[in-house]
Design a protein around this ligand. Structure first.
Ligand code: ZN
Ligand code: ZN
Length: 418
């Protein structure tokens, strides 16, 4: 790679890229003076990594430490590594990251890899490598899921991703279109991103305040292929937009974000549900998911594509068959209105109501910061090595809130807030 190629591609607006980096530091992380920052990114996202380092140090960062990944290096493992390689993970790295989090280091993840990078590889190897990594990642994931520190995920328009989203366009056109979609969804396409996010956070707060006041014991989803009752955890709390980590820093963990979300009860989910968008998981696509729950557990699972990958995912551990999140997103969300399928959860989950298999977020409980893992489990919080979101919302979904006395309150009709 030459110096020239590392500069901002001509198809990406440098002013908007700069505002995205500013949004990452000032809104996404709200990085504090003196705080260290650990970030991961594809090597193709280097122009954004550099901008972020600049804004981080201007905000008073102590030390910015990036780790870059590369698609060709990832593929080299699948093409050339011996079988023994696929049960390995860099546990030492994750342990070090967990140590950094314990010392109040902030965490930033830039996504942008080709969402189908591993689709031609042996699903058994992909699954083994994923599982080994999930297990090794656990010490760090606990601190992320427990919201110990301020963290943020945002996206960079790499060429390989852009060509999946816009397969009929030339590379530079595809990158330009994906870049504009990311900038719009991330609210950096016009004016001051800090102001735009303050307005957006206030509107999401209005939704969470209403839901937290209602204290529904369950949500009932109805739509094509879906009749699902999702019991909510005892003492659940709805979250959305900005929230405050245990280190006291108020941040926006996802850019973009359109969802309000809470913790389902791991043992009180019943009925059947169909996915409404394909799910890109570890480089493979799972589509047409249909599952049936009994007492919180998935007892039947089908998919029209990637069924073997789904089956392996569900077999990760017992918690992988139970829900750790339920989220509400109107069908009219800006990301949904873009009409694009990003093949990336950060975007696609903000286009539709969704549920997540696996680990719950302790911040989605009242006084969650002070609950022990045992208390969270007793209140219905799920525990797993995985957390995988998939989309169940559409313009045809109706949702009722169920009160303790069994009465129902319309929450969504035809995919929109009532
Ligand atoms: Zn979500
Ligand atoms: Zn999620």
């Amino acid at each position: 790679m030459t110096i020239h190629q590392r500069s901002i591609p001509a198809s990406i607006d440098p002013a908007k890229l700069d505002r995205l980096a500013e949004a990452a530091i000032r809104v996404g992380l709200n990085l504090q003076p003196g705080q260290d920052l650990f970030l991961t990114a594809p090597v193709a996202a280097l122009p954004l990594v550099r901008k972020i380092a600049e804004h981080a140090y201007k905000a008073g960062a102590g030390l910015v430490t990036p780790i870059l990944s590369d698609e060709e290096v990832t593929l080299a493992r699948y093409r050339h590594a011996g079988d023994h390689s696929f049960d390995r993970a860099a546990a030492w790295l994750h342990e070090g990251v967990a140590k950094a989090f314990a010392a109040n280091t902030a965490r930033l993840a830039i996504v942008g890899d080709d969402p189908m990078l591993l689709s031609g590889q042996d699903p058994a190897k992909v699954s083994r490598a994923g599982k080994a990594n999930s297990i090794a990642y656990q010490p760090a994931l606990e601190k992320i899921a427990g919201f110990d520190i301020n963290w943020n995920i945002l996206a960079y328009p790499t060429a390989s991703w852009a060509q999946r989203v816009f397969p009929d366009d030339a590379e530079d056109i595809a990158v330009a279109r994906l870049a504009e979609a990311i900038f719009a969804a991330s609210r950096v396409d016009q004016g001051d991103p800090v102001d735009a996010w303050a307005v957006h956070n206030a509107s999401l707060r209005g939704r969470t305040q209403w839901l937290n006041g209602e204290r529904f014991q369950a949500l009932h989803f109805s739509g094509p292929g879906t009749e699902l009752t999702v019991g909510l955890a005892d003492g659940h709390e709805w979250q959305g937009g900005a929230s405050t980590a245990k280190n006291g820093v108020t941040c926006n963990a996802n850019i973009p974000t359109e969802e309000v979300f809470t913790t389902p009860h791991a043992r009180r989910v019943d009925g059947h549900v169909a996915s409404t968008k394909p799910l890109s998981h570890q480089g493979t696509l799972i589509d047409g998911i249909q599952v049936r729950f009994e007492a919180g557990r998935i007892v039947e699972a089908k998919a029209t594509r990637g069924e073997d990958v789904l089956a392996k995912l569900l077999d990760t551990d017992d918690g992988a068959r139970r829900l750790g999140e339920v989220a509400l997103v109107p069908h009219s969300s800006p990301i949904s209105k873009s009409g694009l399928l990003f093949f990336n959860t950060l975007f696609d989950e903000n286009a539709a109501c969704h549920i997540a298999l696996g680990q719950c977020y302790s911040k989605c409980f009242l006084d969650g910061a002070n609950l022990t893992p045992e208390q969270i489990a007793a209140q219905g919080g799920n525990k797993s090595f995985i957390h995988v979101d998939w989309m169940i919302g559409s313009a045809e979904i109706d949702i009722d809130g169920v009160r303790d006395d069994g009465s129902r309150v319309p929450v969504f009709r035809k995919g929109e807030w009532t």
